[in-house]
Design a protein around this ligand. Structure first.
Ligand SMILES: Cc1cc2nc3c(=O)[nH]c(=O)nc-3n(C[C@H](O)[C@H](O)[C@H](O)COP(=O)(O)OP(=O)(O)OC[C@H]3O[C@@H](n4cnc5c(N)ncnc54)[C@H](O)[C@@H]3O)c2cc1C
Ligand code: SF4
Ligand code: SF4
Ligand code: SF4
Length: 346
């Protein structure tokens, strides 16, 4: 029997989180734009980058795929604490630097020995990397709005390290949680980012930046989606922007089916929406999240009751769902297995 992820791939809703590549015991899957399973009857897939072994049907991947698992009805139901924060050491981060600040402090305190992250070169081509020190964290500061299979890097991390931190967008945080619960307990902390959508590299680098923004990608120092616009900041101090609607249509197809805005499966979620400029919105969701945030709290400035707060976050959760839930439920009807949007608290 083919694994459930074969249907996820077939219907073009694979989020490319990389989890199936991380856990497949024999290396039958590889993830680039989407997962590819090695199928002996379709060797073309191998040429496109599928795994090097033929799938043996163990079904491990069916237990860790976020799309197979489906979504949660009320995303805010597991929020234990919500506040604004910024790292006391925040140079070059996207917002308040809480994400990098947590990782750096945990490395310095000897609480983790590895984290997964994304760095980029001057052409904004991203690369998934394993971080093993506070110094390494510096390379990953800043948001890349392209999609990369961060979770696939756990394959190597599981072989070499014992206490691993994962940072990722909601689909990746969800996958990491499923891996921790079903396959491998070495993930000690999951930091989930907020995420409305992401883009394939070539679309971002060869269409959106040159044709829509009309900017040279090498001149860009920061990209940002906020206040209804996509902004890019260039080395000469100029700021360029276009309405998000001119860009959102280029998002990846799986993102148009995604119903998690705030990383409901993370231990700690971090975003910009809900907090003032230069600060992060922080959502503590699990006991683990509470425990690890307490370990790094002295590295942070905290803002209780930030504005515009959870009300705006709630509006954006609703907007993402309004746009995407119907698409996802349509695809669910095509699946041979049961999934959907569950009304339960996790
Ligand atoms: C695709 C995408 C869409 C987002 N959309 C929203 C949104 O709609 N609303 C909102 O409030 N916030 C959104 N965010 C989150 C926001 O941009 C910041 O990442 C978050 O506020 C943390 O800020 P920081 O200053 O703590 O990050 P930093 O300290 O700068 O750390 C950045 C971290 O993000 C990781 N990272 C960067 N790019 C990626 C990527 N493509 N995939 C996985 N990990 C990555 C890095 O490895 C690093 O650990 C989005 C992030 C991404 C990646
Ligand atoms: S079913 Fe097992 S062997 Fe096949 S791709 Fe999934 S994890 Fe790999
Ligand atoms: S686990 Fe992730 S990469 Fe693999 S099929 Fe599911 S969504 Fe795609
Ligand atoms: S919208 Fe964000 S979380 Fe959802 S599939 Fe796309 S990248 Fe993943």
């Amino acid at each position: 029997m083919p694994p459930k992820i074969a249907e996820v791939i077939e219907h073009d809703v694979c989020a490319a989180c990389g989890a199936c590549e991380a856990v497949c015991p024999i290396g039958a899957v590889s993830v680039k734009k989407a997962a590819e399973i090695r199928d002996p009857n379709n060797l073309g897939l191998y040429e496109k980058g599928a795994g090097y072994q033929v799938c043996e049907g163990c079904l491990t991947c069916s237990r860790i795929c976020p799309v197979v698992d489906g979504f949660i009805g009320d995303e805010l139901s597991n929020v234990r604490k919500f506040f604004g924060a910024k790292s006391k050491d925040n140079i070059g981060s996207q917002d308040g630097g809480v994400t990098s600040g947590i990782l750096k402090a945990l490395f310095k305190k000897g609480e983790i020995d590895c984290a997964v992250g994304i760095t980029r070169n001057e052409n904004w081509e991203p690369e998934v990397v394993l971080l093993t020190s506070a110094e390494d964290v510096e390379r990953t500061r800043g948001t890349k709005y392209t999609s990369d299979p961060v979770v696939a890097a756990l394959r190597e991390a599981f072989e070499k390290y014992d206490r691993i931190a994962v940072v990722g967008v909601p689909c990746q945080a969800h996958a990491a949680r499923l891996i921790r619960e079903n396959v491998n307990e070495k993930i000690v902390i999951i930091i989930g980012l907020l995420c409305m959508e992401s883009f394939h590299h070539e679309v971002m680098l060869h269409t959106i930046i040159p044709d829509v923004l009309k900017v040279n990608v090498q001149d860009i120092v920061k990209m940002e989606f906020t206040k209804g616009k996509f902004w890019v900041y260039t080395k000469d101090g100029e700021v360029h922007s276009v309405p998000i609607k001119d860009v959102a249509k280029y998002a990846r197809n799986p993102c148009h089916h995604c119903c998690d805005y705030t990383s409901v499966f993370a231990d700690i979620s971090v975003g910009s929406v809900g907090a003032p400029d230069g600060w992060n919105s922080v959502f503590i969701r699990t006991e683990t999240g509470e425990k690890y945030f307490d370990k790094v709290r002295d590295e942070m400035e905290i803002m209780e009751d930030p504005k515009p707060g959870l009300e705006l976050v709630g509006k954006l959760i609703d907007m993402k769902r309004k746009n995407n839930a119907e698409h996802f439920l349509e695809v669910c009807k095509e699946f041979s297995f049961e999934t959907g949007i569950r009304n339960e608290t996790i």
